[in-house]
Design a protein around this ligand. Structure first.
Ligand SMILES: NC(=O)c1ccc[n+]([C@@H]2O[C@H](COP(=O)([O-])OP(=O)(O)OC[C@H]3O[C@@H](n4cnc5c(N)ncnc54)[C@H](OP(=O)(O)O)[C@@H]3O)[C@@H](O)[C@H]2O)c1
Length: 156
């Protein structure tokens, strides 16, 4: 199973100045629940922002310039190689390029829509065809809405 987890603003921003431009208490609980004991795959900049491997998960960083290695941490130079090393479910956790590469083959996308417009964002979630997915709303509060996009079986 290949999944993707992202939080995006109303205007589709996911990053600004190398960081996620909001802090909402409890918002990352779903991320932890989904990824624990599975594999997270991320771009080099996303890894550097987090600053360390996420515990109790296999961490795969994709980079052509750096080679981070540690307990539960490996670096490879393509998404294809990363997908061959997955243990459990694979969750792509950013950024832009990896989301764009995985959307055509992703099984499920956990998209949290942050109820905020972010000015001057510099990384966005890629455009995709919503008609390829069924959409289920799983949670809503004053700060965000959670949507689960499950890929429809390919039409015969
Ligand atoms: N809101 C959210 O849910 C969310 C999630 C994740 C990240 N973010 C934000 O997004 C921003 C970072 O995302 P980003 O798109 O700028 O960077 P990124 O995807 O995290 O990292 C980009 C780097 O990853 C490597 N890379 C990506 N695709 C590759 C491929 N196919 N083959 C080989 N290497 C590849 C390259 O590293 P090298 O240059 O080393 O070759 C590339 O420069 C930050 O602001 C972060 O906070 C937000």
């Amino acid at each position: 199973m290949i999944g993707l987890i992202v939080a995006r603003s109303k205007n589709n921003v996911i990053g600004k100045d190398g960081k996620i431009p909001w802090k909402i208490k409890g918002e990352q609980k779903q991320f932890k629940d989904l990824t624990l004991n599975n594999t997270v795959i991320m771009g080099r900049r996303t890894y550097e922002e987090i600053g360390h491997p996420l515990p109790n998960r296999k961490n795969i960083v994709i980079s052509r310039t750096m080679n981070y290695q540690d307990n539960n941490l490996i670096t490879v130079d393509s998404l294809e190689k990363a997908l061959q090393l997955v243990e459990g479910n694979a969750y792509i956790i950013g950024g832009y390029n990896l989301f764009k590469e995985i959307i055509p083959i992703v099984d499920i996308m956990y998209i949290t829509e942050i109820k905020k417009v972010v000015e001057d964002g510099d990384v966005f979630f890629p455009e995709f065809n919503e008609e390829d997915f069924t959409i289920q709303e799983t949670e809503e509060n004053e700060y965000y809405k959670r949507l689960v996009y499950t890929r429809l079986a390919p039409k015969k």
